[in-house]
Design a binder for this molecule. Structure first.
Ligand code: PEP
Ligand code: MG
Length: 606
């Protein structure tokens, strides 16, 4: 057993767990989870022989499968396996691995993974659809070789037999979504910041998680005993009895606090001076809706529908989508359900759509851009949402809006979808509300124009911060620069809220010291603004948003009771004063201190 060790990384999903490590390395061809060992000179020949033996064994296995397939399905179908065999004959590939063993003294498994990883990356980067699709075949061959080298089998997170803390380089959102929820009690990844979709999913599933843990797959071994503190970002490997006792007490305190917070779940989210705002929930799968309502959610502020399109090789049908949306609408009754249309791309991919890997996926062919080209997929989804609008208070929201033309084009497609339903005698809410995500800086600057076209705004701060500060939201190396309290972000949020509410800068209630350099038009009716990015669940930011005049906060269900407690202890008047104060400060540390001071003065446990 390795010695005790404590590591600090990014706490991305709150909660404390104590359990055994499970190293997850889903893709052979990448080194994650494969131990890298420096071998001695005298071991080189033996390591090369082991590698050759693994190749031969893999070749025998594939030939056996090919013969079997030829018997059952005919020679034509068996030919696919000839391509698999060719991978094993690739002289350059094999010599690169042998060279790493001989010259860099790497163990065979690590050398194989390193070279295979590069091959996979180049395959995935090919723009030709046929070749890109062959990546799965190549991966399959690589898995076999790795298995024959190490005995390591391909792991799955959906079929776990015991409770584990998963250790991985990274998890795709689909791997996170299909995890065995009861068995995965904690999660640690090397990659990802607090707004990566893996972190968002972990919070939605209430699994304590720490991300950005540098080289953790090499540090932690399978079955090591771990303490994971997802609130503080602390990992303790092989803790002492004393530490275990200490963390068990912390676990109990957190548990009791949660239970106490829940007692106020049916109270309104109203400040001491009677200012009301709505607390809504973000969900990724329809089954989460019930839990959200049980946590006191006043509706669903963001239903991320893209998870429907992941973990499968085909596209969901209109009926399938309708059932899911209708389920959420039914659970919520009169309460609003904001269904966001497909936001694939960025760090969320669907296999059926074959979205090519891009240099800058967050700025690429994604979300509304993709939907406006693939109108077949878009309209199917819109028809399903419209049909569900008959059941409850369903609304439509478009993601990643950068121009008003996109909104107009998307609305036109809604009209076409409505026409199709009318022709088929299918009823829906004719006046369904349409909103947009404000998450691209260009949308902030045309907020007045967008408000003329829409019924509500929802600020996607996860993306808005990344685009405004040019900080990749999933890159653990820049996570410390991803700063929601940067004055540029606070100003942007203030502009969005004021413009949406139609508050002109000459109004008395506006801080006259900050003047916009041009006049916004105010041809539109005032509309509501929600924040559905992860900042809405951070107490300091939730308080600041209250003061900036936000109407709604939409968060993971787990954060609703805490936000309610904060609001019910706050004075709106003081929060407004604090936010005006914050707008005058240019340094985020000073803004943070100001907010801490305010929250410290609140009587939270009243
Ligand atoms: C956001 O960008 O803040 C948001 C809520 O959407 P997503 O995290 O799904 O990109
Ligand atoms: Mg977004």
């Amino acid at each position: 057993m390795q010695k005790q060790r404590q590591i600090k990384a990014i706490g991305t999903s709150e909660g404390i767990v104590i359990g055994k490590a499970y190293i997850f390395s889903p893709i052979a061809g990448e080194c994650f989870g494969v131990q890298k060992i420096k071998i001695l000179k005298k071991q080189i020949n033996n390591e090369i022989k082991r590698f050759e033996k693994a190749l031969n064994k893999t070749r025998d296995e594939i030939e056996a499968v090919r013969n079997e397939a030829a018997k059952k399905a005919g020679l034509k179908h068996a030919q696919i396996f000839d391509a698999h065999l060719l991978i094993l004959e690739d002289k350059v590939f094999i010599s690169q691995i042998k060279e790493l063993i001989a010259k860099k003294h790497q163990n065979a498994a690590a050398a194989f993974c390193s070279v295979a990883g590069k091959y996979l990356k180049s395959f995935e980067g090919i723009s030709d659809k046929y070749f890109r699709e062959r990546t799965a075949d190549v991966k399959d061959v690589f898995h076999r070789v790795l298995h024959n080298l190490t005995g390591q089998t391909r792991k799955s997170l959906s079929e776990l037999k015991k409770d584990v803390i998963v250790i991985a380089h990274d998890l795709s959102p689909s791997e996170t979504a299909t995890m065995h929820k009861e068995r995965v009690i904690g999660l640690i990844t090397e990659a990802g910041g607090p707004t990566s979709h893996t972190a968002i999913m972990a919070r939605a599933m209430e699994i304590p998680a720490v991300t950005g843990a540098y080289k953790i797959t090499e540090i932690i071994h399978e079955n090591d005993l771990l303490i994971v503190d997802g609130s503080e970002g602390i990992i303790i490997i092989n803790p002492s009895e004393k530490q275990i006792d200490e963390y068990k007490i912390k676990q109990q305190i957190a548990f009791e606090r949660k239970a106490r917070l829940l007692t106020a779940k049916d109270e309104p989210a109203v400040t001491v001076d009677e200012h009301r705002i709505s607390l809504l929930a973000n969900i990724e799968i329809p089954e989460e809706a019930e839990h959200a309502i049980n946590q006191g959610a006043e509706g669903i502020g963001l239903y991320r529908t893209e998870f429907f399109f992941m973990n499968r090789n085909d596209l969901p049908t209109e009926d399938e989508q309708y059932e899911a949306y209708a389920h959420v609408a039914r659970v919520c009754g009169e309460k609003p359900v904001v269904i966001r249309t497909l936001d694939l791309g960025g760090d969320k991919f669907a296999s059926a759509l074959n979205i090519p890997k891009e240099m800058n996926p967050f700025m690429g062919w994604r979300a509304i851009r993709m939907c406006l080209e693939r109108t077949d997929i878009f309209k199917t989804q819109l028809r399903a949402i419209l049909r569900a609008s008959k059941i409850g208070n369903v609304r439509i929201m478009f993601p990643m809006i950068a121009t008003v033309q996109e909104v107009r084009a998307a609305k036109k497609i809604i009209e076409e979808a409505k026409d199709e339903l009318r022709k088929n005698g299918i009823s829906f809410n004719e006046n369904i509300q349409i909103g947009v995500m404000i998450e691209i800086p260009s949308a902030v600057m045309i907020a007045d124009i967008l408000a003329e076209e829409t019924d509500f705004f929802s600020i996607g701060t996860n993306d808005l911060i990344q685009y405004c500060l040019a900080i990749d939201r999933v890159n653990e190396k820049t996570a410390h620069m991803y700063d929601p309290l940067n004055i540029s972000i606070i100003r942007m949020i203030k502009i969005i809220i004021d413009v949406a509410h139609n508050i002109s800068y000459t109004d008395e209630n506006y801080n006259k010291k900050i003047k916009y350099p041009f006049a916004w038009n105010n041809n539109h009716k005032p509309i509501k603004v929600c924040v559905c990015g992860e900042i809405a669940s951070e107490p300091l930011l939730a308080y600041l948003l209250l003061g900036l005049g936000i109407d709604e906060l939409s968060t993971a269900a787990i954060s609703i009771p805490q936000n309610k407690q904060l609001l019910r202890a706050s004075s709106y008047k003081t929060a407004v004063k604090t936010s005006i104060e914050a707008l005058k400060i240019h340094n985020s540390d000073d803004i943070k201190n100001l907010l801490i001071k305010q929250i410290f003065n609140l009587n939270l446990e009243k």
